[in-house]
Design a protein around this ligand. Structure first.
Ligand SMILES: [Zn+2]
Length: 257
């Protein structure tokens, strides 16, 4: 099975990337223009494989077009560059809503009481194989590649977390590579954001990351790709760790900030 999968991927990556798809990437994914030429080619290869392997589904009255599929897959592929990857192996479907959508909220407090309700969402990631995205927010976030928010990076970072076992129910997991001070740095940085958020201090990282280790990882990934120079300045250890994990150095992409 694994051999066949690899063979299929190799074949796909040798085919020419369809020019209309390339035009979509060039138009909707500003990151593409920041990447060195070699990385651009790798990005298109990954995009092609994701498009072949993942199922897209429209919800709330939206029809899934090539524009949607290619834009989402290309953004998700940025997180795969330079790494040995199995293309988000737990993910099978990507569900697209036209805009913010109403999600079901379910929270347990310490006494086991469940609060249910509805809330507006721009995206979510399920461990069982689905990512949900608001197309409007995908485009808006992609248009501003330097504000620290990118719903595709955020939700696909949750998938990577699940795959690489970076966080678990009890916090950051120790086994994730690169090994040595990895877990300590995550814990220290997470506690710092929590303390700053509780004290009402302004934070460089999105305070939403104080919710849980999993959200902290997703928020840190957004900052790593969207505001790399700032992250390197304010959180050098965190930046260094993500640079090792992703084998990329977005601060060197040369966008001057
Ligand atoms: Zn999240």
């Amino acid at each position: 099975m694994f051999f066949l999968k690899r063979l299929r991927r190799t074949r796909l990556s040798r085919q020419e990337f369809p020019p209309p798809w390339r035009a979509i990437v060039e138009r909707n994914v500003p990151f593409y223009h920041l990447l060195p030429q070699r990385d651009r080619e790798e990005l298109l290869r990954h995009t092609r494989i994701l498009l072949a392997e993942k199922h897209f589904e429209g919800c709330g009255g939206i029809a899934v077009t090539d524009e949607i599929r290619v834009t989402v897959a290309a953004l998700a592929s940025i997180l795969l560059l330079h790494r040995q990857t199995d293309y988000y192996p737990f993910l099978s479907s990507i569900v697209i809503y036209p805009d913010e959508y109403v999600g079901e909220r379910r929270r347990w407090d310490e006494t086991g009481v469940v609060t249910e309700g509805e809330e507006l969402r721009v995206g979510e990631s399920w461990e069982q194989g689905t990512v949900v995205l608001s197309w409007r927010d995908v485009l808006l976030d992609a248009e501003t590649p330097d504000d620290g928010f990118n719903v595709v990076f955020h939700e696909f970072a949750h998938q990577l977390d699940h795959e690489a076992r970076i966080t678990g129910d009890d916090g950051f997991l120790p086994a994730a590579p690169p090994a040595s001070p990895w877990r300590e740095i995550w814990e220290r940085e997470f506690e710092r954001l929590r303390a700053d958020d509780e004290a009402g201090r302004r934070t460089f990282l999105d305070p939403y990351g104080a919710e849980s280790p999993a959200e902290f990882f997703a928020v840190a990934v957004e900052a790593f790709f969207e505001m790399p120079a700032g992250l390197r300045e304010h959180h050098p250890e965190l930046y260094g760790m993500l640079r090792e994990f992703f084998r990329q150095d977005p601060a060197a992409w040369g966008r001057g900030g």
